[in-house]
Design a binder for this molecule. Sequence first.
Ligand code: ADP
Length: 247
Amino acid sequence: MNKLGNMKTNITLLDKDGIRCDGRKIDELRKISLQVGILKNANGSAYIEFGNNKILVGVFGPRDVHPKHLADTNTGILRCRYHMSPFSVSERKNPAPSRREIEISKVIKEALQPSVILNKFPRTVVDVFVEVLQADGGSRCAALNAASVALADAGIPMKDIVSACAVGKVEDNIVLDVNNEEDQAGQADMPVGYMPNLEKITLLQLDGILTPSEYEKCIDVAIQGCKIIYKIQKKALIDKFFKGDIA
Ligand code: ADP
């Protein structure tokens, strides 16, 4: 039974040797590549390939807020727009914002909020634009990883980087970094965002059902995954700032 309550599909999500449908082990992340500072016209930017996800993030600000009534006299505000391009999925995606994109925009904003320090920039906004060029399951986590380093690239004061990955339950096993097939046919999918230095979780969603012990295992596995991703984020920032600008 998958998380939607449907009977099993024909896909073998996990074979008898514990190998997943994309060849990974249960505790293995997909291949990640991350570059910082790739857009000339944004204040900060990043491009991530996370498995087959391809996501570009541009950050602007702190700058004047429009519409003006959104301005806060005590602090700068964070805004986020997650958008999937029409060619990001196999069927043309309507470019107008869907309910899912509105939800993910909110989720990414709320996951980044605890990491940024905007009280020195009253009446301003920091805008984070996420463009999903190709989606492959776990796109909100991939976007969050890129958005966090793009904020750092823009010079926004931060308490920590946010690292994110999804964990899930597949064939009664807890697996790290759920792919699209596992997301559709698996038993549970849990995206987690984590600040590795402050050891605080900033995003936690759960689609599916887990026992309390499975839930605890999922949190542990997700945090291990986030720590690996954090190293990749740190390296991407070091590559930009200490080994010459790309843009
Ligand atoms: P996440 O990408 O964070 O896992 P979801 O669980 O909502 O978010 O979506 C899982 C995957 O479903 C996406 O990454 C994408 O590959 C696919 N998907 C999302 N929206 C669409 C769509 N409109 N058409 C086809 N596939 C989609």
